[in-house]
Design a protein around this ligand. Sequence first.
Ligand code: FES
Length: 626
Amino acid sequence: MKVTLHDGTILEVSEGETLYEVLTRSGIYLTASCGGKGVCGKCRVKVLDGEFDCRGYAKLTKAEIDAGIVLACQTVPRTDLRIEIPQESRLTVGDRIALSRTKDLAGILQDYGASVSPLIRRTTLQLPPPSLDDNLSDLERIKRSLDEEGITLRYPRRFFEDLAQHLRRHQWGVNLCWQPDNRDALFIEPLSSEKRYGLAVDVGTTTVVVYLVDLDTGEVIDTGSTYNSQMRYGDDVITRIINATEGGLLRELRKAVIEDVNDLLEVMLKRHGLDRRKVESVSIAGNTTMSHLFWGLDPEFIRLDPYIPTINLFPVWYAREAGLRTNPDAPVFTLPCVASYVGGDIVAGVLATGIHRRHELSLFMDIGTNGEIVIGNRDWLVTAACSAGPCFEGSGIKCGMRATEGAIEGVRIDPVTLEPELKVIGDTRPMGICGSGMIDAVAEMFLKGVVDQKGRLQDTPNNARVREGEDGLEYLFYGEDNREVVLTQVDLDNLIRAKGAIFAGISLLLKEVGLDLNSIEKVYIAGGFGNYIDVRKAIVLGMLPDLPEERFQFVGNTSVAGAYLCLLSEDMRREAETVASMMTYIELSMKPNYMDEFMSALFLPHTDLGLFPTVRGLLQEMSKNS
Ligand code: FES
């Protein structure tokens, strides 16, 4: 049997395979928030022709089913099929979320006064050739020379594989490359001044970002990003842990993300005509689960009380062990994690923003698939993870999507007609709504009275946009040509819970250290998505603290920035370890007053309007004008 795509591509189908499996196997990825369990309703495709068996139609409307829409993960072809994949179902790389670049990385290194010292040291050896009088073995000859420089190394077996040939081919003049942390001798290279490269990798839950870096100059030669292919095993870390453990898919999850890095690397190597052996070191930053999955470590106990990871401080391991297609002997540095839900990506963020070096009190937030926060300064750092969930990335929201073409990213609602004005990425027909659009939309809906303080949609006669839908009340942003984009009451409840979790986390952390919101002098918002948030709207929502706008700074992808710093500098690698040990992790759910904080934050913007004087002012103005 076969499946023919709208563009003519033909894919073979094996017995019993779902459409989702056929497409994934062929490298065509669909949004699959629930990992193919048939509950998220995101993996929609349209069957144009042919017969099939369908196990479920979750979240599809009758009109959609009548129009031939099915869930790919629930559909098994019975005959040859012809299908069309709607744009919003496809996973496409969104540069806007992945490649928001933290400026001037080499500048950070300079400002910190950190020396450039990659994960590999090169020591030049000019060995006297052996003779009958000087008949030391090759290894003893190397050791004698290194002893003179006071260098003692360990020699793993693989070091010897080509040693004899290499030494003779290069007439006993070589560079010996070794790893300073574990003092492993790695390989020898000719004395030429060939360039060497490294990879800084952000292993995000949603995206994988890779920087190819010149290890001598620190220049970022190329960058690449893609969605983390583990997405096919679920959007969030918990679903992936369950799939890795109960589902027995640990190897598959590991392979998926390693292949993502390899694929990105392949393209960059081709583009620059480089030999993979010249990529000599790697530095990765990811949350604790991603770091475990990257190394194929059992993540089971990350999610079980008392939430203990296998490892926080990773030793330097090697590319061959990871399966990376760089030089197989390239050492891989993994940014240290703090706890099960605060990982190396957050340590990287602190390192890159430098909040641990300054006197001023800073709040660092990474609002991505998870919501992690750090508060502190050069004397102390506290951190927590808010269980915000990935709804700002479109998951669990009926028409939610990532910030790619067709996503509503901005909303204005006319105060008189209550008609929305939409800003759509790519200026095309709206296909869904992304995180920044959701924040904009809910804030506007609140200010214009479309929802009340509890986020309840108001079904008033003057607002035709609010209507009864399949899941209760919903607000219609767009409805033309058989396409509708709505926010349902269920979506609103999810969004308010997510923003509530973030704000409750900030409040509680501050209370833990006896401070209040006004003591925060600087707020750093990391994560690609953060760059597009309208701060004022996020304050109206009650997601961000009501502070002057100039205190907020968007810092882009600080995870890859931290990985970059550690790739290039031993000082930075040591500093990352210091940052991780400085960070006191607070398990919010164990705090008796967490629930109170959370419940208070389930209002727009909050039950205590005194915490949001700007919003109170806006509301007073609105009521005067109405
Ligand atoms: S319904 Fe198919 S992936 Fe979620």
